[in-house]
Design a protein around this ligand. Structure first.
Ligand SMILES: Nc1ncnc2c1ncn2[C@@H]1O[C@H](COP(=O)(O)OP(=O)(O)OP(=O)(O)O)[C@@H](O)[C@H]1O
Length: 451
């Protein structure tokens, strides 16, 4: 492993030397600044989970949870990259893998061209000097028996930074940088508010001036009124220290406020990545658009992802092809038919439900029972049409014929035939092939068959 970290990335030296640099050296400095310091290559982290209730009952094979499933991206010096996506899409697993807390299943991540996991295995302490992690819950990450001074000084002691006096000076500098005062250094975490504890967590992380700072949901455990203060603090620190930062959040307004680059994750994969401006002003991937539309409006309390389609697939059994096809509002129809987009989505949902047995003859019969409706063919047909919002007649008459045939099988109790009738003919390219990356613009990539 090369040991070039401190030489090639001494932030202070680069900044202080800049005024006297020749044009060539300035160009060189700029290219150093923009050279990726973190490179993530087809990184996968799968969990093997045998604790699920279904597994326990059946003593079946353990589930493989595809938490992070082939993620690649780079981060340049000074970038603040936001990783955003719904709960369970793999954000924390990705962060924990990048800070060496979890080993990847395959692929790799390098920091200054050193493989992170080899580095952690060989010299965890040196790695920790360069990469710091701020946890979501400030209370659980601070030892209640230590004073704030001891807590902020601890990383300096562990890494043998300077004399005791020098360390005390750094502790005092750092506490003021995070908006607390020197008088608060002799308090204990229990004597501080949640926001103050998070400031201490941030102070502990920045006191060593790490090359990479990773924050996992830095504000979500805090009261709304305190969240804004911590966001302002992070913004100031970012500017003052010129840190390279990865921020994990399910809250896209946090990402918009703090980050210059955004990576949108869906079910363990990258859906889209680009500059914050591109992602927010010119989103390309249908999932990103859905995510942006779900930002709560004034007066609403929480994001509304689930209203788009409650059927979020599980990373235990992620869909083939494009992972978003089971929910995508613009899923691509087969070439042979001329569908309106909404009727195609409805037919596709009908097909996916037949395939996963969410829709069976028995389920329709039980719906009829619940509604006190006689189970004749006309009523049963109506129930299915209502459930999927099928138009009276489809715009494409050939498609209409095939759908009617499938519906007839279903209400006659032949669920398998209902599925087989449409399985091949109503097939989307999105369910067969995973999309590869397409460039929307400079620094803006999307993973969608439409691009
Ligand atoms: N130790 C584990 N064993 C098995 N499955 C796990 C483990 N840790 C996480 N998972 C699963 O991996 C998937 C990704 O989890 P992860 O916590 O990385 O997602 P996330 O996007 O950070 O979610 P959240 O925003 O809710 O924290 C989820 O389905 C989760 O249940």
């Amino acid at each position: 492993m090369t040991d070039n970290i401190s030489q090639s990335t001494d932030r202070t030296r680069l900044n202080t030397q800049q005024p006297s640099l020749s044009p060539e050296s300035r160009e060189e400095t700029r290219s150093i600044t923009h050279r990726p310091i973190l490179e993530v290559n087809d990184l996968k982290k799968h969990y093997i989970d045998s604790t699920g209730i279904v597994n326990r009952i059946r003593s079946a094979k353990p589930d493989r949870v595809h938490a992070v499933d082939g993620v690649s991206f780079t981060v340049s010096r000074g970038d603040t990259v936001g990783i955003v996506g719904e709960s369970g899409c793999g954000k924390s697993t990705l962060a924990e893998t990048l800070v060496g807390l979890k080993k990847p299943t395959s692929g790799n991540a390098t920091l200054f061209e050193n493989d992170i996991h080899e580095w952690v295995d060989q010299n965890r302490k040196r790695f920790a000097r360069n990469v710091q992690f701020v946890f979501q819950d400030p209370s659980s990450s601070l030892d209640p028996k230590m004073t704030i001074r001891e807590l902020i000084r601890e990383p300096l002691e562990v890494h043998n930074v300077g004399t005791k006096d020098h360390q005390n000076g750094l502790v005092e500098d750092t506490i003021t940088k995070v908006g607390l005062s020197v008088d608060q250094l002799d308090r204990y975490p229990s004597e501080m508010s949640g926001g103050q504890r998070q400031r201490v967590g941030i102070a502990r992380a920045i006191v060593l001036e790490p090359q990479l700072l990773v924050l996992d949901e830095p504000t979500s455990a805090l009261d709304v009124s305190v969240q804004a203060q911590i966001l302002n603090l992070l913004n100031e620190i970012q500017e003052d220290l010129d840190l390279t930062t990865l921020i994990i959040s399910h809250d896209i307004s946090v990402i918009r406020y703090l980050c210059n680059k955004v990576l949108v994750m869906y079910l363990g994969k990258v859906a889209e990545m680009g500059t914050t401006e591109n992602i927010f002003n010119n989103p390309s991937h249908p999932y990103t658009k859905t995510l942006l539309e779900s930002v709560p409006k004034v007066g609403e309390t929480d994001a509304k992802y689930d209203e788009v389609n409650p059927n979020i697939p599980s990373p235990r059994n992620p869909p083939d092809g494009c992972r978003f096809h089971t929910r995508c509002p613009v899923v691509i129809p087969p070439d042979d038919f001329e569908f309106e987009q909404n009727e195609w989505r409805a037919i596709f949902d009908y097909k996916l439900d037949l395939r996963s047995s969410k829709l069976t003859y028995k389920k329709i019969a039980s719906m009829a029972d619940q509604q006190g409706i006689e189970k004749n063919k006309a009523n049963m047909m109506e129930l299915v049409r209502d459930k999927y919002d099928f138009e009276e007649t489809l715009s494409d008459s050939a498609a209409q014929k095939i759908l009617t045939e499938s519906l007839t099988h279903l209400i006659e109790g032949e669920t398998d035939s209902a599925y087989n009738t449409i399985a091949e003919v109503f097939q989307s390219p999105c369910e067969k092939k995973a999309p590869s990356s397409s460039a929307v613009a400079d620094d803006h990539e999307t993973f969608c068959h439409l691009d």
